[in-house]
Design a protein. Structure first.
Length: 412
């Protein structure tokens, strides 16, 4: 959510000053807040304060030509993930309900295709007026969300409903609406409702606080699978090794360092997952002894004993649910298919992605891969493709495998 753009319209109400608190909270949470002040709002609150809090230009009222863009209302509308009006006075609700576009904010509202949320604030009689209520109904019927004003002593010394809702309540409503929209986006996708657990990257097996045993895995293939799974609508948990890749948007990331850390993460999260994908390059061995202090040089050679790490994939294969789909990876330098097939069967995988380290365009570090997808019954050779495309293919194959399992189960 943090990368989302929120367009905040502030209109002419004494409650305009409370918008500072809304902007401050949203900015601290990492949202980019574009602000439009109407001319009347700018009588209540300075654009400089808002620019300082939001770290962005603030747009005031008319198309005054002072901004870089000649058509700011279109640009602001286009990049908004959510448009919020807080406080929303009776005038902006009326203009929005009737499609009037006579200043920057009202023009922008017409140009917005994103979801809308308004927090009205005004005198109790203005709020209760049939015209205002009709405008609110119209806007609600078009999908606008509202944060109702609170009752209490109003600035005009009257008591009644019309006080702007608490900024915290407004921020909570903003986040709830964004989340709802995010859910809607993923509702009709192939993996909606599915939970995907994917591991990615190398493991590091420490010798002492300075040295470790590891491998060249970049984590790119696993991260690409996580990204593709999210794009296909799944809830994704990514067990990420010590790599400096950015977490794909909307993906839950759990970092691990050693094979045993990763085993703990997988054991805890696999029972909830529909698809489990072990793309991590796990060290088969770790040092028998780990030292608390840096080891000093001594003699011309050193000998270390390595002990076996748990085979995580094998462990997952043993406790696999009937409706769960398990995918492993195999990287070999020789006899790829033979070894990979053996691995798939011995580890009780439903799918195995076999890639040959020696093939150009495949394997560690790069952005592309060339693999063979193996199931117990089939062998599918795939040509050169991006790791993300391959991620999608793997996931859709797993979906088919799961469909097969569940339809098979319902026959018996
Ligand atoms: O047997 P091999 O290490 O080649 O198997 C590779 C597959 O097994 C990968 O999916 C890898 O993530 C997984 N693996 C594992 N635990 C290990 C070694 C490998 O889960 N200790």
């Amino acid at each position: 959510m943090e990368n989302k753009h929120i367009l905040l319209g502030i209109t002419g109400s004494i409650a305009a000053y409370k918008a500072c608190s809304i902007v401050s909270t949203l900015t601290k949470k990492g949202y980019a807040v574009d602000i439009i002040l109407t001319r009347h709002a700018s009588a209540f609150i300075g654009s400089l304060s808002l620019a300082a809090i939001s770290h962005r230009d603030v747009f005031v009222d008319e198309f005054d030509g002072t901004h870089e863009s000649l058509i700011p209302h279109i640009e602001l509308a286009r990049r908004a993930d959510l448009c919020v009006i807080a406080p929303a006075d009776a005038n902006i609700l009326a203009k929005a309900a009737h499609g009037i576009a006579d200043d920057l904010l009202s023009s922008c509202l017409l140009a917005c295709t994103c979801p809308m949320l308004a927090a009205p604030a005004m005198n109790v009689h203005m709020f209760e007026n049939a015209a205002t209520q009709a405008n609110i109904s119209t806007l609600k019927s078009r999908g606008w969300s509202f944060v109702d004003p609170e009752s209490g002593m109003l600035a005009c010394a009257e008591v009644g409903k019309g006080r702007l809702a608490d900024p915290e309540v407004i921020v909570a409503a903003i986040e709830a609406r964004l989340e709802e929209e995010e859910k809607k986006k993923t509702q009709d996708l192939p993996l909606s409702g599915k939970r995907v657990l994917v591991s990615a990257g190398p493991t590091q097996e420490a010798l002492d606080p300075v040295r470790f045993l590891s491998n060249h895995s970049s984590g790119k293939q696993g991260f690409a699978i996580a990204k593709a799974a999210r794009a296909l609508g799944a809830d994704v948990t990514l067990a990420a090794g010590p790599v400096s890749l950015e977490t794909p948007e909307g993906v839950e990331r759990i970092n691990y360092v050693s094979a045993r850390d990763l085993e703990a993460v997988m054991k805890e999260n696999a029972p909830k997952a529909d698809f489990v994908i072990m793309a991590a390059a796990v060290a088969d061995y770790r040092f028998a002894e780990q030292f608390d202090q840096k080891m000093k040089k001594s003699g011309d050679s050193m000998t270390f004993t390595l002990v076996r790490n748990p085979d995580i994939l094998e462990g997952l294969g043993k406790v696999k649910r009937d409706d769960q789909v398990l995918c492993g990876f195999a990287m070999e330098t020789e006899n790829l298919e033979q070894n990979a097939r053996k691995k798939m069967l011995s580890k009780n995988c439903d799918l195995l992605v076999a890639n040959n380290l020696r093939t150009e365009g495949a394997g560690f570090q790069g952005d592309t891969n060339i693999v063979t997808l193996m199931t117990p019954e089939t062998n599918t050779h795939l040509g050169l493709q991006s790791k993300e495309e391959l991620g999608k293919t793997i996931l859709l194959t797993m979906l088919e495998i799961q469909k097969g399992k569940t339809s098979h189960a319902s026959v018996h």
